[in-house]
Ligand binder design. Sequence first.
Ligand code: FAD
Length: 341
Amino acid sequence: MTIKTDALIVGAGPCGLFEIFELGLLGIKAEIVDSLPRVGGQCTELYPDKPIYDIPGIPLCTGQGLVESLMEQIEPFHAGFHLGEEVVEVTPQEGGFRVVTNADKVFETKTIFIAGGVGSFQPRRIRLPEAQELEGTHVNYHVKDPAKYQGKRVVILGAGDSAFDWAVALQEVAAHVTLVHRSEQFRAAPATVMEFRKFVDRGEAELIEFGTAAALKIEADRLVSVDIKLPEDEIRTVPADELLAFFGLAPKLGPIAEWGLDINRKTINVDTERFETNIPGIFAIGDINSYPGKKKLILSGFHEAALAAFAAKAIIEPGKKVHLQYTTTSPIMHKRLGVED
Ligand code: FAD
């Protein structure tokens, strides 16, 4: 499948989302890709409920609230969203670039906006060689389809919201759920922890505290059991068909480092007039870029998105003058925003 577009945005954090808005105001429709299954970048992944006080004109909002407002703001521009896909390849070609995702989706685009933040978020993996053998089959770091766990004995590692949310949600389908954590302190919402404890009290699930996965037993490409190491080197073998681990996410610059860009300590050098990289037509905005005086703040990324959009317009429609217009008074912008004059 090849998608032809004028603008492709890599990264759906706050800055990538706002780039959709700035491009939209100039009449450019964008496609946006993020390796995560949801939009919002650091705001959604790292601090959804924490307050932000320094978004101009918004005295207080949460990370999640900001992302929801951005989604509402960009709604009129009907961007194409491609979530859960990592951009792995960028190759220059006649009139722009060929971009490929790890789902083998191909884009042909005139311009690229890298808004990859601190890199693509990857799940922290289980540090056991045998876990790699079953990765994607019986060892997983996210739940794609709960039906996969129907009638199965599931061991869940972790103590955050994802671990407890799934420990509760899978009660409906799994034969048995055992949640294992290396301490007795849980990061998950107390209400979900309590809900899970009710299943444990009724003998319908098990909670193992002070335990870590020490080995997996595999037979004919299937998981048979998980050895849990307990204090004083005691080992307990828990029979299991499926293992889920929720150890959080760690950012990795990943494939962005391979695209021939001028990389400076995991960031991309840009100019401050166009926020363009060393490759004409590829812009970098938000936390991923670097220039003298750069501050990794959302409001800096918003400014960068606006200037990069103007620079891209000149590439997409060469020879056409780009006038600055106000959203307050411009009839063409009102039309693009879908508001009445
Ligand atoms: P990110 O939010 O990092 O999003 C980048 C996205 O790109 C990610 O979703 C990632 O999965 C995706 N991606 C990367 N590589 C690829 C690839 N190859 N293919 C597909 N997708 C890819 N800033 C403020 O201004 N005010 C605050 O109060 C504030 N509080 C903060 C509190 C905390 C705890 C933290 C951690 C940060 C805070 N920040 C704050 C910083 C702010 O969150 C960042 O500046 C902002 O998120 C940067 O946005 P971004 O869009 O550039 O990148």
